[in-house]
Design a binder for this molecule. Structure first.
Ligand code: PEP
Length: 234
């Protein structure tokens, strides 16, 4: 099971170090990913099940791309896990499917772990499951869904940072459908909280969660990790 925390534009270098230390001192065994802001990336001595990742990157080793972070800057901190396609990058920062495919191919070439995010807006959800699935498959066009370093995160746009969580039936129907073609682990993301983590992780087709808001408090994130560990033991 995979439990991932996306800090977005939250936490400082100092608070990230404290957070990572707290999580690292917890006796855990599920796969844990932490995506801090670029300014907080560092080399930490971590348990084997915990990895830090990058929320974004520019698909080049180095170069003249003002304001961007390339592969060399990530490699310096042993960062080998990246988020691609998060809805905030698609919808707020205007990343096209074409540019996401470029990032995907670059990260694949570097053999990085890729958490590739897909999710539909509310108007598509209102049109029903068939519309949702065609929207999600469109977001997979140009992406190698057979890449062995792939993890997919299904994150309905209307559930991200809104406090509105998709129903368990809605989540499992989409994950089940995705699994007809995708062999990679599939996470759910969108207003996951400590209170609903167990129910979501218990869904037949769910392999983990990608969490924003509720994960920024280290105690909450630690509880989610503990829930995942306990479910795996059963
Ligand atoms: C996310 O940013 O990936 C996310 C799921 O955010 P939140 O948990 O705040 O909805």
């Amino acid at each position: 099971m995979i439990i991932a925390s996306n800090f977005k534009t939250n936490h400082t270098r100092e608070s990230t170090a404290g957070f990572v230390d707290f999580i690292n001192n917890q006796d855990s065994f599920c796969e844990v990913r932490i995506f801090p802001p670029f300014t907080a990336l560092d080399t930490f001595e971590l348990r084997p099940n915990i990895r830090l990742g990058a929320q974004n990157f520019y698909p080049a080793d180095r170069g003249s791309f003002t304001g961007e972070i390339g592969y060399e800057q990530l490699e310096e901190f042993d960062i080998d896990s990246v988020l691609i396609g998060h809805s905030e990058r698609r919808h707020i920062l205007g990343e096209s499917q074409e540019s996401l495919c470029g990032k995907f191919d670059f990260a694949k070439e570097k053999e990085m772990e890729i958490i590739y995010c897909i999710g539909e807006p509310i108007e598509v959800r209102k049109a029903g499951i068939d519309a949702v699935m065609s929207y999600l498959w469109e977001q997979c066009v140009g992406i190698d869904i057979d890449y062995e370093g792939l993890i997919v995160a299904y994150e309905p746009v209307w559930a991200i940072g809104t406090g509105v969580v998709a129903s368990l039936e809605e989540i499992d129907a989409v994950l089940k459908n995705l699994k007809t073609k995708i062999k990679a682990p599939i996470l759910y993301g969108g207003s996951v909280k400590v209170d609903n983590t167990e129910a979501i992780l218990s869904l037949e087709h769910c392999d983990g969660v990608l969490v924003g808001t509720a994960s920024w408090e280290q105690e909450n994130f630690a509880q989610m990790i503990e829930i995942a560990d306990n479910l795996t033991k059963d």
